[in-house]
Write a protein that binds this ligand. Sequence first.
Ligand code: WTA
Length: 631
Amino acid sequence: MSNKIQTLGGYIHEYSKSIQNPEEFWSRVADSFHWHQRWDNVVEWDFVGPDVKWFTNSKLNITENLLERHLFVLGNKPAIIWEPNDPEEAVRTITYRQLYEMVCQFANTMKAQGIQKGDRVIIYMPMVPEAAVAMLACARIGAVHSVVFAGFSATSLADRINDCEAKMVLTSDGNFRGNKKIPVKAVVDEALENTNTIEKVIVLHRTGDEVTMKEGRDVWWHEAIEGVSAVNEAEVMDSEDMLFILYTSGSTGKPKGVVHTCGGYMVYTYYTFQYVFQYSPVDVYWCTADVGWITGHSYIVYGPLLAGATTIMFEGVPTFPEAGRFWAICEKHKVNQFYTAPTAIRALQAYGTEPIQPHDLSSLKVIGSVGEPINEEAWHWYHDHVGKGRCPIVDTWWQTETGGIMVSPIAGVTPTKPSYATLPLPGIQLAILDNDGNELKGNSVEGNLCVKFPWPSMLRTTYGDHERCRQTYFSSFKGYYFTGDGVKRDEDGYYRILGRVDDVINVSGHRMGTAEVENAINEHPKVVESAVVGYPHDIKGQGIYAYVICDMEGRSEENLIQEIRETVNKIIGPIAKPDKVQIVPGLPKTRSGKIMRRILRKIASADTGNMGDTSTLLNPEVVDQIMEGAR
Ligand code: WTA
């Protein structure tokens, strides 16, 4: 299959074909792969159950398609280039053949340590090649990986382990992050005090810091792989067998385990990677995400490797040792496609263009954005100073649940428009619905973003709780998948994502449920009640604003606020730490006891000109008190 559409007309043609005959369209893409057994039907689905199956009864292993399939031609091509946190440390380049051997060896290692097909394995690791090896080794033997971002706390880690009843944790002694060292093994030890399903922990040597190794449970990675064969026959998987679980926040208190399966995820991440970035075989591609998020799964590991690409993995942070690090790496490795998050762009924008100046960015062809709406100012800065006005920006809209990019320009093919994700990819049938569930047809409309036809990499369920999947995504609008995002389709038919319409906030591109943060705050013994909302934040996109009712006895307000922030840090992790905490005498509630978040959002955004009708409140006087306090 060629990945070249040359023109807007080519895209329109491709899109129409994909809608007129989805079966034919997707089977043509799927034919690029090696299947042990071909499918009966391309897709079987209903959005009520929901029950979605792609490539029914087909058999495959995704790692054969990203390793063996490439070895003959691409065996010596770099698969992963690893750039360490410290630029003085040596770069590691891993060819497809080496990756193949590492994956096979680690697959055998995991088996020897008791892991079988279907078992869940937690990956809590730094951004090192072994993290990708760990994911692929799981996929190789049919174990289900669940990567947990290594910034999450022991409590969050334990919750995830317990929810999926994982048998193994893969981790490291510590992680480097900028000028900090994070003792991740100690976090794992703490988490495991509150779990009882983990049998083995494999620990990668990274920082060299001292750790405690529990006899019989903990083994060093380098010792575990010693002498283990690098020959491994891949487990033959059904297309609909689970590939991985990834936990993500929703509007309820508890993160849910989004489940992706083998066949459809493989086909879609491969297809979208090639099309959106217009990857050519000699290109070097870099996505700055962490493997702890879906972007890292689909567009650092699976998509690029399925396409035989060279993918860069970066261990560090954009501002270490200085604010030009991203550009230094682009220059050093002659990066052709660069994919990052608006929050990183805005953070770097704050340093001005000086850190960019010394670097030769002429290798760049395509620059991308993901994770949150990119504001016009950041879009132009990125376009002018990083892309030098000649690289198209692919503003890619998608979600953990969608598995792959859904709405995006196709680099150099379809037009871009600042702050617009623009057009749906082939195969993606969007619908905009009003709050009553009527589909708004035509252009110049605004409403709830839904999808009305399945695509191969959509979530299949939420782990252990299918009803929750139905409730969350398929019950708001009958017969549609509801994304939780608001959207506008402009006069030209281009899509602009307006942000979440549910109780999810997007902090630096990380999804946080307000209820989840509230639950953490409420763990503080002096907290009576809390309400959390998002507010516009210059760098993070959205900041976290917490209104808290406290028992103040014997405490200073300042100390309490500090303690509350620390409580959240401890329970969820630093990414969820509220930016602002305001101690309030009460929360605005309706007569039925529901918190009026609309009012709290307005106060948090300092948009108090028109508070709307507050007369239906149980306690209207509290609004003025909160406003006074916010000042
Ligand atoms: C938001 C990240 C605007 C959106 C891949 C979505 C975006 C949530 C964009 C999913 C974009 C992601 N423009 N908003 N290009 N990309 N979002 O699951 O609100 O971490 O619902 O997946 O991020 O976040 P998630």
